[in-house]
Design a protein around this ligand. Structure first.
Ligand code: KIV
Ligand code: ZN
Length: 430
């Protein structure tokens, strides 16, 4: 059960659409095993891929991009393993990616043989630099490529009716392209797939190139064109080149996108993909259930660090080792007062702690540490919470001076047991 009251920003009135606040969770797609994996120094082997897949399922992802099967034998075999060993739960759909190239599309659909459900993700770049410099293609040539590729997917998937197929089309480099060109590419994909059939249009900031409001405006423009077509799912795929991937995703969702793609803790090309944990837990702290389970965030982080062989930064939002740790005396004092004033069943209202660390399986006994930046609040909190020792105010002041002298000479953090030893020594106990 959520302890957080629905978030109402001061000074904003509710609007129906585009939303002034994020009031519901999007459909989530994890691309840890594809976009995340392709950016690793050493891509995951089959065993690490499987551990990541199982973790994503446990967290509650219902759509998981599991790879780029035409890229390598490891990728292909992993998709086959999931299907052949019946490892895909009934409520989970796998997605695989392929560039819009004939031989790769063929191999991709072949990899999916026998899958109960699948999303085939086809992409091609649409922005001018890619058209002109990378591929040397005119706009009509780009459209012809989209049409040919999607028709090929349609033909090959129609030939395998045992699978429930969905097409995802991504106009790669969307945020850097002319909106009319992206729209034309999307309409071409819809027509080639079959009007009225479910299609995901996935709009990426392949390289984040503008402030998040600009991306949100682009998304809103697209949403307005498709809002009366329920078969069209509008998805976003932000990267984080400007460090604003989360903001881009949130504003895009407020602008009407339905679905969001990203990776746990923001792994991915360059500065990463959108951090799904960040967006999900931002929703959570404003009273919206994300539908994803992060109640043991340390275990999730450890597993992801193992699979990616990359550390999560100690200050990473919600998940870093240091984020429930307060070093400064005034913060410690405020937190102590917050806990003291708290009544059973109250909404979360602890200063400096945006959420109850316990909700993520973290321990707030570790919140208060004592170092050279701390004041008496932290010291008395630790002695009281760990040893039941309630110091009168004058003794708090006196003992904090003793602690400060030790800090000044030793300069390191004092844990609760060290404080207790110091207290015993100073006041001749024991
Ligand atoms: O970032 C990107 O544009 C991609 C596409 C394949 C969707 O990863
Ligand atoms: Zn990407």
């Amino acid at each position: 059960a959520l302890k957080y009251p629905p978030f109402k920003p001061v000074g904003l009135t509710d609007r129906t659409w585009p939303d002034a606040i994020l009031a519901r969770a999007p459909v989530w797609l994890s691309t840890d095993l594809r976009d995340g994996n392709q950016a690793l120094i050493e891509p995951m082997d089959a065993q690490r891929k499987l551990r990541m897949f199982d973790l994503l399922v446990r967290i509650g992802f219902k759509q998981i991009e599991v790879g780029f099967p035409a890229a390598s034998q490891v990728e292909y075999d992993f998709v086959r393993k999931l299907i052949d060993e019946n490892r895909i739960p009934d409520d989970v759909t796998i997605q695989v990616m392929t560039p819009a190239r004939e031989e790769l599309i063929e191999r991709t659909i072949e990899a999916l043989r026998g899958a109960p459900r699948a999303i085939v993700h086809v992409y091609n770049a649409v922005a001018p630099v890619w058209r002109e410099v990378v591929f040397g293609m005119s706009v009509p040539e780009v459209m012809a490529l989209v049409q040919r590729s999607v028709q090929q997917v349609q033909r090959l998937t129609d030939a395998q009716p045992g699978t429930e197929w969905t097409l995802q089309y991504s106009p790669e480099t969307f945020s850097m392209a002319e909106l009319e060109v992206s729209l034309q590419a999307c309409e071409t994909a819809i027509a080639a797939w079959g009007v009225g059939r479910t299609i995901i249009l996935n709009l990426p900031t392949t390289v984040e190139n503008a402030t998040p409001n600009v991306f949100a405006d682009q998304i809103e423009w697209m949403v307005r064109r498709f809002k009366d077509r329920p078969e069209v799912v509008l998805s976003v795929h932000p990267h984080n080149d400007r460090g604003t991937g989360t903001a881009s995703a949130e504003l895009a969702l407020m602008a009407g996108a339905h679905r969001v793609e990203g990776c746990l803790f923001g792994n991915g090309e360059r500065t990463g993909n959108l951090d799904l944990v960040n967006v999900a837990l931002n929703l959570y702290v404003q009273g919206v259930s994300p539908g994803l389970d992060f109640s043991d965030i340390d275990a999730i982080r450890t597993e992801v660090e193992h699979c990616n062989q990359l550390p999560v930064h100690p200050r990473h939002p919600y998940a870093g080792d240091l984020v429930y740790t307060s070093f400064s005396g005034s913060h410690q004092d405020a937190i102590k007062k917050g806990f003291a004033a708290r009544q059973e069943g109250d909404a979360w209202r602890i200063p400096y702690l945006p959420l109850d660390p316990k909700d993520l399986g973290c321990n707030y006994e570790a919140v208060i540490r004592v170092n050279s930046q701390s004041g008496k609040g932290g010291i008395s909190y630790l002695l009281e919470s760990e040893y039941g020792l309630e110091l009168p105010r004058r003794l708090q002041i006196e003992f904090s001076q003793v602690v400060q002298r030790v800090m000044d000479t030793e300069g390191k953090e004092l844990t609760a047991p060290l404080l207790w030893t110091l207290f015993e020594r100073e006041y001749g106990l024991g």
